[in-house]
Design a protein around this ligand. Structure first.
Ligand code: BGP
Length: 465
């Protein structure tokens, strides 16, 4: 049965500066943590695979904008790299500013509305060395960066976001230790999550001030993007399983949802952390700062659900408290390339939670996508990648979104990650997400995959067969 999406529902492409731009140390760019970390991986450095090169977007952005347009998309999101817009003295880098003015003008010219996010895991390295999100100086530096960006692009850009997935950086850097500097320290992850919450709120405060004095256009909106992973548990859960759900939901979702709707953090989560010896570095005046964090709308990145149950051990081998343990649902359909469960209904469940708990808040799906390894092997005689699984994946998610909207969800649009293959944090170019292939062996040239024509149909008709 064909599902229909509203006429004013927008389709677009999600991207980030560090994963696409490349142009390392050009236009006055200083290093972000990704540049520094990739530097340590000598092979990638010499092959120019990393945040150095992204997907060659800086050199090809006009071609890419034309491609997005030809696929029926009307919007796109990128991030302004802090390390490109600002210098080490915290002052505007004029070359970086010109870089983004030109980029946004070209997008506009191509007929695309630009959404701007201010932070996509890309801390400037010198600020990381000064304590990162645990340092008040760095939090202030972010507020200064946000204020500078609003001042510079406030008339050009309508849709702003303070952060992409603020929960992921503390998790990947410190809870799981999978990203530089590869430590596992849950208390530190919590302190960082708290620091980002303050930075977000100061960013929103600056936005409101500059909108009130006319620096920012009057129709502009500020939001936050997060991966609000809905947690599920076993059938007939025990008290302890439900407790695992409460804390997973509390730290990953409610923390941010409360911040952006109420201007405060969930007390039950703070109390539970405190009972386990984790106290947030709260200072007098913080409550007033967090109260500024209320946004106009939200972005929701959705890739997979969380399946959690009571942990077997209450501490890991490093002495960190453990509140929940992940498990594989017996009926799970997996994307083996990424190790993520495919569960399209999760998008609907989140939509219904939003409708119920935060009924006034508008939102859009700011990322959703499937990254597959070894797509090359499926090329037909014309060299076109046969990615039917992508059609299936996106189609199913869009159908659940259509149903959610019918049932009253305030979901306004959909951005796919990543319409054009790009560089990824841990996996470089191993898993490919695009409707458009990037051929690394041929100077990053672009080629449509089979699914591109399908996307064009859907985005132009707003119908999903
Ligand atoms: C999201 C990030 C993106 C992107 C995506 C896919 O969490 O916002 O930056 O990378 O996940 O994940 P990955 O590249 O790790 O496969």
């Amino acid at each position: 049965q064909t599902s229909k999406l509203p006429k004013d529902f927008f389709f677009g492409a999600a991207m980030s500066g560090p994963q696409t731009e490349g142009a390392w140390r050009r236009f006055g760019k200083i290093d972000s943590l990704w540049d520094t970390w990739s530097n340590e991986k000598i092979e990638d450095f010499f092959n120019r695979v990393g945040s150095y090169a992204g997907n060659d977007f800086t050199n090809r952005h006009n071609e890419d904008f034309a491609l997005l347009k030809s696929l029926g998309l009307t919007t796109w999101r990128t991030s302004i790299q802090w390390s490109r817009l600002m210098d080490e003295d915290g002052l505007l880098n004029p070359e970086g500013a010109k870089y983004y003015h030109d980029l946004f003008a070209d997008a506009h010219e191509a007929g695309l509305e630009t959404f701007v996010n201010l932070y996509h895991f890309d801390m400037p390295t010198y600020l990381f060395r000064r304590g990162g999100w645990e340092s008040r100086e760095v939090i202030e530096a972010y507020a200064n960066f946000a204020r500078t960006a609003f001042g510079e692009f406030g008339q050009e850009i309508k849709y702003w976001f303070t952060f992409n997935e603020p929960v992921v950086e503390p998790q990947n850097r410190y809870t799981n230790g999978g990203w530089y500097p590869f430590h596992r320290d849950f208390a530190q992850a919590c302190r960082i999550q708290y620091g980002i919450s303050l930075a977000h709120s100061l960013g929103v405060e600056a936005f409101r001030e500059l909108k009130a004095d006319g620096t920012i256009r009057s129709d502009a909106k500020i939001g936050l993007i997060n991966c609000f992973t809905p947690p599920y548990t076993k059938e007939n859960p025990s008290e302890a399983d439900l407790e695992a759900v409460r804390m997973t939901d509390g730290v990953d979702n409610r923390w941010w949802l409360d911040l952006v709707t109420k201007g405060s953090l969930p007390q039950d989560v703070i109390d539970t952390l405190s009972a386990r010896g984790i106290d947030l570095p709260v200072r007098p005046g913080d409550e007033q700062i967090l109260a500024q964090g209320v946004v106009d709308w939200l972005g929701f990145n959705y890739y997979h659900p969380a399946r959690v149950q009571a942990p077997e051990k209450s501490e890991d081998e490093f002495g960190n408290p453990v509140f929940a343990q992940e498990y594989v649902w017996p009926d799970a359909v997996m994307n083996e390339s990424r190790g993520w469960e495919i569960y399209p209904k999760g998008i609907y469940d989140f939509a219904m939670t939003m409708k119920h708990d935060y009924p006034d808040l508008e939102w859009y799906v700011s990322e959703n996508g499937i990254g597959i390894e070894g797509e090359d092997a499926s090329k037909d005689e014309n060299g076109t990648i046969q990615d039917d699984y992508r059609i299936d994946f996106v189609g199913q998610h869009l159908k659940w979104i259509a149903k959610a909207i019918e049932d009253g969800a305030k979901c306004r649009g959909y951005h796919y990650w990543a319409v054009i293959d790009n560089w990824s944090w841990n996996n470089a170019f191993k898993n490919r997400y695009g409707f458009v292939e990037v051929d690394l062996m041929d100077g990053y040239s672009r080629h449509l995959k089979k699914s591109a024509e399908w996307l064009r149909q859907v985005a132009t008709t707003h119908e999903v067969a």
